[in-house]
Design a binder for this molecule. Sequence first.
Ligand code: ATP
Ligand code: MG
Length: 637
Amino acid sequence: MSIQDYRAFHRRSIEDKEGFWAEQARMIYWHKDFERVLDFSRPPFAKWFLGGETNLCHNAVDRHLEDRAEQNALVYVSTETGEQKSYTYRELYGEVNTFAASLKELGVGRGDRVVIYMPMMVEAIFAMLACVRLGAIHSVVFGGFAAENLAKRIDDAKPKVMVTANAGVRGGRVIPYRPLVDEAMEATGHPPETVVICRREVDAEMPQAAGRGMDYADLRRKHEGEEVPVEWVESSEPSYILYTSGTTGTPKGVQRDTGGHAVALTSSMKHVFASNPGETMFTASDIGWVVGHSYIVYAPLMYGMASIVYEGLPIRPDPGIWWRIVQDHGVNIMFTSPTAIRALRRQDPEYMTKYDTSTLRNLFLAGEPLDEPTSRWAAESLGTSVRDNYWQTETGWPILSSMLPGLEDEPVVAGSAGYPVYGYDVRLMHEVTGEEVPAGERGIVAIKAPLPPGCMSTIWGDDERFVQTYFSDFPDPEMYSTFDWGVKDERDGRYYIMGRSDDVINVSGHRLGTREIEEAISDHPEVAEAAAVGVKDEYKGQVVLAYVVPKDGGKVETDAGRAELEQSVKDIVDRKVGAIARPASVYFVEALPKTRSGKLLRRSIQALAESRDPGDLSTLEDPGTLDSVRATGPVRK
Ligand code: ATP
Ligand code: MG
């Protein structure tokens, strides 16, 4: 296959949607075959595989009992508790059925919601699969979220049951869940009838919360060995709700269907992740994020792979831990975020080469812009190819990828997220006129509806907000906005993501992407990380401010050192982006504010710089990082 072949493959997925997806749909099991591939009679809502009946749990578990019952399905490694355990498909089948029987006893059935608020424990995955087995809808809430976030999500989903744990552990520190769960129960207007508590071997008490609590160990003992028949659901019935990260505003409850989700994810394992059934995938993320839903749980299991479930930090007990896992378990495909790789890059490089990682074919990275130096560094030190891919919670699987059938031997161009993935009719729109812009010009990345299978079907409980949020930015009411800014290379058609459209900086009418400025600054040998924001300016509309984490904090402690670094940061922006992008001021900070999923929370920096209230900070990993931004003082002009 060559890139021309891929272009033809992609073209067919757009021009003959029904034919194309009918073929992909054969990768999964249908209890009752679908009658129609696509129903787009009520745009922009798309229904895939109409009339078909299937079940995610059956596809992820039961279906493999025939061929791979004794193969590993999940390999659990926790460097927080020291626990290590593997589950074959047969064992997974047993655990999921026991969990399903337990939930059934608690009255959970088709269409009911179950909130799963848990750390990275295998029981969280058993619970997810048990829900979809029963036709229930799970809403996983990231286990590191505070009570306020949990309460909001309970209010939105109105769950019948909540599944939780006695504690999370992070960096060796035990975080008891009890105060969080108690507080959330008080704050919510819809407390679930029952709270199931999965206990782990850490010292944290969790009495049975407000009289609703039940120990999972008791339920498990009672229902062990039971089998619960699969509930066959119609393809467009919801399988889960998951909220976006909240980097730019209030999180949105993304609703996913069943049939389209199963088809898109299974197909992506073959075509985007270039893997084979029986192989091992290691996605270092969290089940609380979409990457975890799609590529720790559903996709690898539906495709018959072994999935590594890792709890812990990438640098503990030492920065070689991930590569040791790759060696010990013969990992073939790995997926994580650029943030994680950047964290490793600050450590002793010896750890990257200490283990035999020769089984690893591709390292996939997504979630935020992947800068060239990080990409190059990972590729060189691991001797594997690094594949950027771009997507959103909303889409559930990649929109752009640098790994697709026919691209295997194409050179990887660091900085580019690659080409449109089959099924996605990607366009770039002018953000004022809303018309398409030609290649080489920047525009907002948009997708012409119908969105392909696997993408969100709506916002949970709010069709109107779905249309308003995603389909009202351009004159064409069938054009979905990603709110990201991108450009397509005129020569080879590769796409580059330039940052978020609401982060664009407008200096005297020039629209600047935050990413270009940040990348230029990050290239400075004395800079560890940088954020660029635009703040209001009377004359120019906005000016650029740069917040820089220096590699050597000592240097900026003297006025002379600070002045020198400030000057050379401004110079590098001049040189690489242009004088118009030159920061009005450069501030040195100890750390940048990031969300719990590792994304830079630019809006909070911008608000502080404009002396505004920084707004919703509940998704912030460490509120202390804002202090160092605050301490930079009022904006100097
Ligand atoms: P919210 O929508 O609530 O503000 P969020 O957009 O951060 O939160 P996610 O769905 O987790 O929530 O993140 C998707 C976004 O992450 C994309 O829209 C894009 O901005 C960014 N992103 C993901 N992958 C890449 C990539 N490979 N390159 C550049 N940016 C990326
Ligand atoms: Mg978003």
